[in-house]
Ligand binder design. Structure first.
Ligand SMILES: C[S@@+](CC[C@H](N)C(=O)[O-])C[C@H]1O[C@@H](n2cnc3c(N)ncnc32)[C@H](O)[C@@H]1O
Length: 228
């Protein structure tokens, strides 16, 4: 299932290029912006909590892939936990990956966190190579969201978990913030209704699918599904 036509006239290739140009330019200041503070940071806390819940039930070494990782904040936070975890961040914007690598090196976490430039639709890893896959505030940029969820499912090991966080546009505040304002600023993006995200997960063969909403003024939703 692909997202509906957004009316911008851009094809998938142009939409990816447009997203990359936006984020290449943003990489150096990304961590300091108000948007990062109010919109993105709460997502890392939710991701860490959901990963902790998974780890409680799977008490062993594990690997995390963060798709659309930006400046690699989540990977750095994972490396700072006492968990036996290794993290890989993937992002389409090479400057984001470079910034993420610099941050990990500065924190002495290069052994635990590495970063790869690539497209979410074609993840350059073997089947079943990760225990947990995360994706925060990036999914609305993907031209074929169903293909990405299937690709993420391919990489998950048995018992693995997928957690995707993006803007929740199913109430009035979310509709105004994401469908009106963010879409006007970012142009060719699509914040899927939760029923559509649920359907992506079902079609990819994930089970125990649930959602967790958070934030009032920038409402976000985490969709969580497990590999049976
Ligand atoms: C708003 S940032 C979110 C970064 C981080 N996950 C966070 O929550 O702060 C969105 C990121 O998605 C990346 N991105 C956009 N399209 C992508 C694609 N097709 N494949 C991989 N990453 C993509 C952008 O380069 C950008 O770094």
């Amino acid at each position: 299932m692909s997202r509906p036509e957004t009316g911008t006239g851009l094809d998938a290739h142009d939409a990816r290029r447009q997203a990359r140009e936006q984020f290449e330019a943003w990489a150096h200041t990304y961590d300091r912006t108000l948007l990062n503070h109010f919109l993105f940071r709460p997502s890392y806390a939710v991701l860490l909590e959901e990963i902790a819940r998974w780890h409680v039930k799977n008490d062993r070494s594990f690997s995390v892939l963060d798709v659309g990782c930006g400046t690699g904040t989540l990977a750095g936070q994972l490396a700072a936990t006492p968990w036996p975890v290794t993290a890989v961040g993937l992002d389409y914007a090479p400057s984001m990956c470079a910034q993420a690598s610099r941050k990990a090196a500065g924190a002495g976490a290069s052994d635990q966190a590495r970063f790869v430039a690539g497209d979410s639709e074609h993840l350059p890893f073997a089947d079943g190579s990760f225990d947990v896959i995360t994706c925060s505030n990036s999914f609305h940029h993907y031209p074929d969201q169903q293909a990405v969820v299937k690709e993420m499912r391919r990489l998950l090991a048995p018992g693995g978990r997928l957690i995707i966080i993006d803007g929740f546009r199913d109430n009035v505040i979310g509709w105004f913030v994401f469908d009106v304002i963010i879409t006007r600023v970012e142009k060719d993006v699509y914040h899927a209704p939760w029923s559509v995200i649920h359907e992506y997960f079902v079609r990819a063969g994930l089970a125990n699918i649930r959602r967790r909403k958070f934030n009032i003024w920038f409402p976000a939703v985490a969709t969580i599904g497990d590999v049976p």
